[in-house]
Design a protein around this ligand. Structure first.
Ligand SMILES: Cc1ncc(COP(=O)(O)O)c(C=O)c1O
Length: 376
């Protein structure tokens, strides 16, 4: 087991956390690509094109000195740090190997052959795929023509269903980028019958700038036991490869879920990086700014080309294309851009992740070039 005091002091000695981050030392635009890289540009998996926080990288490196120790204490420290930030008790927070690890554990803990999982379509597919493992029935309900989640429709479906129900809501949704309105969702959670449980996926929570938005964590704080909220370090924190996610629930809920995975199954460098990243407020602000600049460059070009796009509260945009999606993807790949991971968006639409502003400028030049060739 890691001697936490030793480890924290090791972190401190290389100026990684706490005061060093707060004063912004070493936070010049280090590691931020200034040029468009020569390899393919990844605009297909909603990652952070800036990479990880420089402080997080240093923390991960420092953690290698403790690689021979089990990470339990550091995992608990990260949970406590997140719990403190949210004003929750430590047992309301669990840490997992990405939020995927927690979504899967929740499904193992709470679903079986008599469970119905109700979700909007399209949405992130991991929970649907997990139904095939636990034997639950997956019932998708299409979003409306403005790509909004039909909460009333979902509630009607749920009311008609006997046996346990899990309502899976991604907000803002992937691949549409659209927020599920806070009040109607919260009111449903508050009045829902005892057989209905809500799995709220806030993977893109960090990007939201709509002032009307509220995280479902507030319901956990109010003591509701019918909700679990999953979040991730994979997106704004740029740590998709490090595999750290976290979740919030009443202690009864987190207790049930943590019985279905090994909460210490995380690499020490990843936990150290997550702790340092949380403190790196400059990096977080830079990531948000870069994302909104990149998004503005993209949407301006889409508007100029007359290609419809859905207003997005995330780091990706669902936009119109003309012609066949696979052909579009293949041509983009030939031009050096990986776009449009298939997500049941149907023909005529593509999801593109936001790269750096420079990458988005290059992408937009390619879009215009495609228009010149009559490809979009
Ligand atoms: C809505 C949603 N939930 C969860 C995940 C998985 O994230 P993680 O890397 O934390 O497993 C993703 C990844 O793209 C996502 O879009």
């Amino acid at each position: 087991m890691v001697n936490r005091r030793q480890f924290i002091s090791a972190l401190g000695s290389v100026s990684l956390i706490g005061t060093a981050a707060a004063t912004g030392s070493g936070l010049s635009a280090e590691d931020v690509p200034k040029e468009v890289p020569s390899g393919p540009i990844y605009l297909n998996q909603n990652e952070n094109p800036l990479g990880m926080s420089p402080h997080a990288k240093k923390a991960a490196n420092a953690a290698l000195a403790y690689g021979h120790r089990y990470p339990d204490a550091m995992v608990r420290s990260l949970a406590a740090k997140i719990a403190h930030t949210e004003g929750l008790s430590n047992d309301s927070v669990i840490i997992g190997a990405g939020s995927t690890g927690l979504l899967i554990a929740q499904m193992f803990a709470m679903s079986g052959p008599n469970t119905t999982v109700i979700a909007p379509a399209p949405t992130f597919s991991r929970v649907e795929r997990q139904c095939a493992v636990t034997g639950a029935t997956y019932v998708p309900l299409p979003v409306n023509d403005r790509f909004e989640v039909d909460l009333e429709g979902l509630e009607r479906l749920s009311a008609k269903t006997t046996g346990p129900v899990i309502v899976y809501i991604v907000t803002p949704n992937n691949p549409t980028g659209v927020l599920v309105p806070t009040n109607p969702l919260f009111n449903w959670i508050k009045r829902a019958p005892a057989n209905v449980f809500f799995l709220i996926d806030e993977a893109y929570h960090d990007f939201v700038d709509d002032p009307a938005y509220q995280s479902a964590v507030s319901l956990v704080k109010e003591g509701y036991k019918n909700v679990f909220v999953a979040r991730t370090f994979s997106k704004l924190h740029g740590m998709a490869g490090m595999r750290v996610g976290y979740g919030f629930g009443h202690a009864d809920v987190t207790g049930k879920i943590s019985a279905y995975y090994a909460p210490w199954n995380l690499a020490l460098p990843s936990i150290a990086a997550a702790m340092a990243s949380l403190d790196d407020t400059d990096f977080i602000a830079r990531g948000k700014k870069s994302n909104s600049n990149g998004k503005a460059i993209l949407t301006e070009t889409l508007d100029a080309l007359g290609l419809a796009h859905i207003p997005s509260q995330t780091n990706f945009v669902l936009h119109q294309i003309t012609g066949d999606h696979q052909t579009y993807k293949d041509r983009m790949e030939e031009a050096g851009f990986l776009v449009g991971r298939y997500m049941n968006t149907g023909p005529g639409w593509n999801r593109v992740s936001i790269g750096t502003p420079e990458e988005m400028q290059a992408f937009c030049r390619t879009l215009k070039n495609f228009r010149d060739k009559d490809w979009i």
